[in-house]
Each structure stands twice: as C-alpha cells, then as structure tokens.
Design a protein around this ligand. Structure first.
Ligand code: PLP
Length: 431
C-alpha cells in the first residue's frame, strides 16, 4: 500500500517508536515522585521538552506539554479568554476602570478554514455567549486577508487565532503580516501550527543558521541542545503556538503549547504538573518519543534541499494528474503551500467512489479533513474557500511525508489516472 493520506506523515519513525518502547518498560515511575526512579523519569521528560522547544527555537520553560494538538488549542483559546476576563474583573490588580461597567462581550478573530479543533471550539464559545466571533475574509485560494484584520480588532478583542498552514490544502497563511496587525493592536495571536511544525522551519532558514553559528543576540547560556541554541527573545511570529507530535513522525497523543512569557493564560485542567499550567500525570513514553521525533525533524529541516526535492515530487504528481485526467483541478493553487499537501478536485466524480477504487488498487488517500475522513460530507474548508459543492464533493487530499519516494509518486500517478479514467467511463456510460 502506498500511503499518501494523513498516515503518510503520522507513521512514527523507527527511533521514536523504539524510544516509546524503551520508556514504557524502563521509565514507568511517576515523574512527580521525589525518589530517584521518579526523578529519572522527570529528567527524561525535561530532555524531550528541550528537543521540542529547540524545534521551535523557544525557551524550554515556555513549552507546556499536553495530550494533543486539540488540547493545546483548547488551552490556548479558553486560557487566554479566561485571563482577559479575569483582567477585566473589578478586583483584578491590573483593572483600571475608565468609564461605566463594560457590557460588550469579548470578541475573537479567526478564519473559516481552521481545523475542527479551532472551528468547533470557537463556534461553541460563540453559541454559549462567551465571545462574539469575527471571521477574517479569504480569497479564492484560501488565503486570509491581513489587510482586513485591523478593521476587526478593537479594545474587546481577546485573541486572534489563525493556522500557519491548512491541513487540507497546505495553503500557508501570511502569518507575519497577521502578527504585525496583532502587535500594533496589542492583541495576542495564537497560531495553530500543527501542520507546519516539523515540516517547515519555525524560523526562517537564515535565522536558524545565524543561531546555529552562535551569532544571534541574546543567546541564553546553558540552553544548548543537540540541534539549536535558544534565544531569550524568540522570534516566532505569534504569542502562543500549538504543535502535535504525530505530524512529524512522533507518537500520537502528545501535543505542546508554547506561550510567550508575559501572555496571560488560565489553566483549564487544574493540577501541579507543567508548572501548574496543565494538571495530569504525563504521558511519559509518548513525550520521550516526541522528543526523539523533534530531534530528527530538526536534523531533517536543517537541509532545505530535502523539502525542495519533495515539493518537486508533489508538483510532478499534480501536473501529471491535471494533464491526464480531464477536468481535474488543484484546490488552493498559485499561492504559497506546504511541500507535502495536494488537494485535487475530480469533477464530476464523487470522492467516496474514487477513494475506494484507489484503496483497492493500493493507494491510500483522504477525502475532506483527514481527521474526519470517515465522513464524506463536502469539506467545510473547501466550501469556505468558495469552491462549488459539486467540486468539493469530488475532491481528494494527498499528503507526502519526508519518506515518500519518487517511485511511490510515479506508481501513485498511474493508480490515480487509471482509477479516475475508469470512473469517468462508467459515469458517462450510465448517462
Ligand atoms: N490542527 C490542525 C491543523 C490539524 O491538522 C490537526 C490534526 O490533524 C489538529 C489541529 C489536531 O491535532 P491532534 O490530532 O493532535 O489533536
């Protein structure tokens, strides 16, 4: 089977799987125990945290380990809103009443093409009267318009939450320009970087090189890890950032939330772990595996030609299909995209029939959001991009991983072209 579906990137690397295995049998003590065995486990967690922080080039202390990207998103969004509410409370030390008591609800700005973890949560917060939801407009490629952002921000905006790259189309959002508008308005920005981290460098290549060469200003002494030195003034283009280990060949069930120092965040799960910011005994084996995956991803990212080669493979895949399958079209084209994602409409075919035939012939792909690929409703992301329902219904997503080979891509092209041609024939003969 050739995996060009979500599983392509979520297969744990051999080293990550091995680290999980070893940790399960040898690091079983509770990391909160003060005895030696407990402290060994604590040490292993802290080493993994360092590797994950190094992947983002942020100070280790600012990274909160969680159970998933979804939990990190929940903590970021609810945590910042609760902190803002607390600040607005008359008893808060930073509360400076300037007029009559505030009656306007807080508002939250996001896009209509976020992953369900953000989309469902923000809709829920709106439905329960917690916030007013404001949506950044998109162009037909699925890129948010940063020019429209200042008009949506005001003194009641608690948070802006925008993904770095889309999970269905790979379209990269203009996050630096969005960050600039947030900075000017003094509004915190949360970035769902689940699809970005591990596939693209958190810092620009030049900045990563400067830091690796040790010439960056403000390098924090003692924060040296296997891959990077960390700066005391992290230059990620946001204030909070979510990652998920299984998107870069780590185990499932490990996420992290980076929170810039000084950003108010109210914990959502009470407990003493994670410096009182997220209670619950840690998923030790998963975290250890995630640390190994982060170190491998940082090593892979250090060579930009590796991802350039995969982008060439993805482009070859798309161009061959567009040339050989009548009517096929790429959703989210002509704009910056992740090297690994391709979303193709095959009108007038239905995604379900095509997916099944591909699977029979040895190719795994996904329809709509992979996280809900059991459901074959048209993707809300494609609909929000203005793609007609008929095209959205017949769209498939193909994902490459850093392990995808040229031979797999060539075989996949033949399978897709063969299956689409067969279904086109049978649909025209049934007319
Ligand atoms: N955000 C994006 C963009 C995703 O693609 C996903 C999962 O695919 C998530 C959030 C949720 O992450 P997790 O599966 O770790 O909960």
């Amino acid at each position: 089977m050739i995996y060009l579906d979500n599983n392509a990137t979520t297969r744990p690397s051999d080293a990550a799987a091995q680290a999980v295995h070893v940790a399960l049998s040898s690091l079983w003590a509770n990391p909160s125990s003060v005895h030696r065995a407990g402290q060994e486990v604590r040490h292993a967690i802290e080493l993994a945290r360092k590797e994950l922080a190094a992947l983002l080039a942020v100070p280790t202390k600012e990274l909160i380990l969680t159970s998933s990207g979804t939990e990190s998103i929940d903590l970021a969004i609810r945590g910042v809103i609760d902190a803002r509410d607390a600040r607005d409370h008359p008893n808060h030390p930073d509360h400076h009443p300037t007029g009559p008591a505030e009656t306007r609800p807080l508002n939250l700005v996001t896009t209509p093409i976020e992953h369900a973890a953000v989309r469902e949560l923000t809709r829920h917060l709106e439905a329960t009267g917690r916030v007013e939801l404001r949506l950044l407009p998109l162009d037909s490629r699925g890129m948010a318009d940063p020019e429209a952002l200042p008009g949506l921000l005001d003194d009641r905006t608690a948070l802006v939450s925008v993904q770095w790259a889309n999970n269905e189309t790979g379209v990269i959002q203009p996050i630096e320009r969005i960050a600039e508008a947030c900075r000017k308005a003094a509004v915190p920005l949360h970035c769902d970087a689940v699809q970005w981290v591990g596939k693209m460098p958190a810092l620009r290549d030049e900045e990563t090189k400067r830091r690796r060469d040790g010439v960056a200003e403000g390098v924090e002494a003692g924060e040296r890890t296997s891959s990077l030195r960390l700066s005391v003034s992290p230059s990620l283009p946001c204030d909070l950032l979510t990652l998920s280990a299984h998107k870069f060949h780590g185990p499932k069930g490990v996420g992290a939330l980076w929170v810039r120092r000084g950003v108010g965040l109210v914990p959502q799960t009470l407990g003493t772990q994670e410096l009182d910011r997220r209670g619950g005994t840690e998923n030790v084996a998963g975290i250890v595996g995630a640390g190994v995956a982060a170190r491998e991803a940082a090593g892979w990212l250090a060579d930009p030609t590796a991802r350039a080669k995969l982008a060439v493979l993805r482009d070859r895949f798309e161009q061959s299909i567009l040339r050989r399958v009548p009517g096929a079209a790429v959703n989210g084209h002509d704009c910056p995209r992740l090297w690994n994602t391709s979303n193709i409409a095959f009108p007038p075919l239905e995604a379900e029939a095509l997916l099944m035939l591909l699977s029979e012939r040895g190719l795994a792909a996904s329809a709509g959001a992979a996280c809900s690929s059991g459901s074959l409703d048209p993707s809300p992301v494609l609909l929000a991009m203005g793609i007609p329902e008929k095209l959205a219904h017949g769209s498939l997503r193909f994902s490459l991983s850093r392990e995808t080979t040229a031979q797999e891509i060539d075989e996949a092209i033949e399978i897709v072209v063969g299956a689409a041609t067969q279904l086109h024939r049978s649909s025209s003969s049934s007319l």
